[in-house]
Design a protein around this ligand. Sequence first.
Ligand SMILES: Cc1cc2nc3c(=O)[nH]c(=O)nc-3n(C[C@H](O)[C@H](O)[C@H](O)COP(=O)(O)O)c2cc1C
Length: 461
Amino acid sequence: MSIILGAFQTMNPNGTVGVSWRHPENTSLEYLTIDYWTRLAKQLEGGGFDFLFFADSYGYPTDANGNTIAQGLIDATNIPMADPITLVAAVAAATTTLGIVVTSSTQVERAPAVARRYGTLDHLTKGRVGWNVVTGAAQAASAALFGEPMMPHDERYAQAEDHVSICLKLWEGSWEPGALIADKELGVYADPTRVHQIEHNGKYLSAKGVYGIPPGPQRSPFILQAGTSGAGREFAATYAEMVFIGGGDTDKIAEQIADIRARLEANGRGRNAIKFVVGAHFIVGTDVADAARKRADMLALATLEQAATTYTWLTGIDLTVFPQDEPLPDLHTEMGQSALDRYLNPATGVRKTPRMILEEFRSNGINGTVFEGDAVTVADDIETFLARVDADGFLVQPHITPGTYDDFIGLLVPELRRRGLLADPSSEGTLRSRLFPGGGDHLPDNHLGSSFRVAGPAAGA
Ligand SMILES: Cc1cc2nc3c(=O)[nH]c(=O)nc-3n(C[C@H](O)[C@H](O)[C@H](O)COP(=O)(O)O)c2cc1C
């Protein structure tokens, strides 16, 4: 078995625990320069990572009245957040095999624009681009910024089905294989009889027209999803090829993955049609004491206040207003439900108190799952964990850049290779064909997107 490795980043100077931009060794204040990202991308590619992932959201921490939480700005918690799609071409130019995955929200973007943007990037990256489809974290602030009411949670996923269907129709159903002629002698660029108009008449979104560019190497970019509410799981089982799972309670993670695998089978896609990648934090030291020292360093920059801001950003719920030592009451949110569910209904059945949740957020950040120790200890723990939850790999969530990756690549990767847990670092090809070896460059025939094809299996542009 080969472990899939992705790196989690946002275009924000913090990592995923505390106020890490203040750490003396962190170079992350350079996050608005191209060099910072191309340097990191080369390090990841050389270090055996499959892809670099940019999370993104227009939502920033706001209180119940929609006002900016001042501490958010002071700490740089999810604000600032620059637009990572702008980096993809630069990262692609600096690398040759690394996948590049970027989040775009179905609430914020318009489907034909997303289709053309990721379709263009599929060419520019030579088939290495992936789209993380989200209905959006911190939706209240995001909707307000765009001057719209916040759409209720499950409705956002219903709208997302229209959104992704339009994209898939444009990618799969507009340009037939062979429609691109580009023959100077003949004087024909594209064969108009083989470029079709797509039509989508949905409850929320409609579209009619042709796709503006010939399809790229993957035709549809590799499709990912993050968000494990009930509606999110069903959406994943229809559209996703990879799902990001938030860390935390091991039984809960195992339950989420088993449930989505069952839904995949019910949808006729087969239980292995999705790769499951768990967001986790790794503190690897030269020995156990070195790792413990690094963690203590990290926690010195993590406060309960910042933990509360992050939790509010994710769920819209301010944990500081509840009695701190009583189990949380039943709560509901129309924002992100995964982070709420993680604590209200853990598989253990134990309801946590606000203090416990905030302390957990303070020490683990959004990671939930933390692996700490020397390389052998962490590699042992990784093997046990993956077998227990039936996942395929990790999204490595940083604290210090490049420090987290220096340790991961310098100390842990050699141990993983020694155990045969990492694939050949030099393998080239599209992101899809690397993550599903032998599966080809395009969506498999049992994916909904394939049903939109006009003339047999898409063999290329
Ligand atoms: C590893 C990981 C990465 C995520 N990345 C994003 C992201 O980039 N943008 C975003 O809006 N939500 C992201 N999410 C999902 C949100 O946390 C949130 O769960 C989701 O947007 C709301 O859907 P839900 O109610 O189904 O959880 C990510 C989740 C995980 C576990």
